[in-house]
Design a protein around this ligand. Structure first.
Ligand SMILES: NC(=O)C1=CN([C@@H]2O[C@H](COP(=O)(O)OP(=O)(O)OC[C@H]3O[C@@H](n4cnc5c(N)ncnc54)[C@H](OP(=O)(O)O)[C@@H]3O)[C@@H](O)[C@H]2O)C=CC1
Ligand SMILES: O=C(O)C1=N[C@H](C(=O)O)C[C@H](O)C1
Length: 264
């Protein structure tokens, strides 16, 4: 039994990859490929809509698919926690299922998870993300997600220390964390999260070398969507990583407190 899939943004870079993976799979069937010239009704007849289009139209596409009873996989960027929160009650009311994946690459998701661990130990944190010159939005969806998750992980510690953010070259603050976006010809995608401490820095860096990095995550998300209900965000849960907040690491140790040290 195959599941019928419509790809919205199928003429694009990510969309053509999704279409190929669906076509090559045994358990999914590609029934529609939409571009900017298609009417949204072209997706009707599919059971799953994959939105990999443009941040400016993704909201309308997801709402249309949910209202028409399709399960939805969203790879398009621009879905902040706030925007996802705003659509969640609608998805639940329709007994629908939407899976938002800011980044399909396993390495990127792990990089973000490692950053949420480090975020509790440093007050000085900035993100530098770099993408190809054709990317229309900034900051990247991955950077927004990383900043939001780090802020959630260090909720009781409050905002990061980011000086001089009134100066434009200091980046855009996302959940108090400055994000710097480069758009450079020849690049694909890269992100560095830089942590500053006392006499040390830590950098967590991920580089996307080719679009092949998205393949495993796309198939994982498509298969999970068949059983999903409500709203799911990120590959994290699908990779068994658990949620941030429910699974925060222990609070940082006060170096002057020796009471827990084992005495000889
Ligand atoms: N989650 C992840 O891991 C990844 C996410 N992305 C994100 O996916 C999105 C697409 O990226 P990319 O493939 O590089 O972009 P492209 O510009 O290559 O493709 C965009 C696609 O969207 C279509 N489109 C534009 N407007 C509409 C519309 N109104 N209705 C339907 N389709 C429309 C375009 O159609 P047409 O050809 O007619 O213009 C095209 O097929 C971006 O938001 C990007 O950030 C990208 C890579 C990985
Ligand atoms: O446009 C891209 O290329 C990418 N977009 C996503 C984002 O905005 O984070 C994911 C990945 O970085 C590639």
């Amino acid at each position: 039994m195959t599941t019928r899939v419509a790809v919205i943004g199928a003429t694009g870079r990510l969309g053509s990859l999704v279409s190929r993976l669906v076509r090559e799979s045994d358990d999914f069937e590609l029934v529609a490929e939409l571009s900017s010239r298609s009417g949204l009704d072209a997706m009707l007849g599919a059971e799953i809509a994959v939105d990999v289009s443009h941040p400016a139209v993704s909201g309308e596409i997801v709402e249309y698919a949910v209202e028409n009873g399709l399960r939805v996989l969203v790879g398009t960027s621009g879905w902040s926690q706030e925007r996802i929160g705003a659509i969640t009650s609608r998805v639940t009311a329709r007994e629908g299922a939407v899976v938002f994946i800011p980044n399909f690459s396993v390495g990127s998701v792990l990089g973000t998870r490692l950053a949420t661990i480090a975020a509790r130990y440093f007050d000085s944190i900035e993100i530098v993300e770099a993408h190809h010159a054709g990317k229309v939005d900034s900051p990247s969806g991955t950077a927004v997600r990383t900043a939001e998750l780090m802020t959630r992980a260090r909720a009781e510690l409050g905002p990061v220390d980011a000086p001089h953010t009134d100066q434009r070259a200091r980046g855009q603050q996302v959940a108090s964390i400055p994000v710097h976006s480069l758009r450079v010809a020849g690049l694909l995608a890269s992100q560095q999260v830089v942590f500053g401490g006392h006499g040390e820095t830590l950098t967590i860096r991920h580089d996307t070398i080719s679009d092949e990095s998205y393949e495993q995550g796309i198939m994982l998300a498509l298969r999970a969507l068949r059983e999903a209900s409500g709203v799911t965000v990120g590959l994290d849960a699908l990779l068994g990583l658990g949620s941030i907040g429910g699974e925060v690491p222990p609070a940082p140790v006060d170096p002057s407190d020796t009471s827990d040290l084992v005495q000889d």
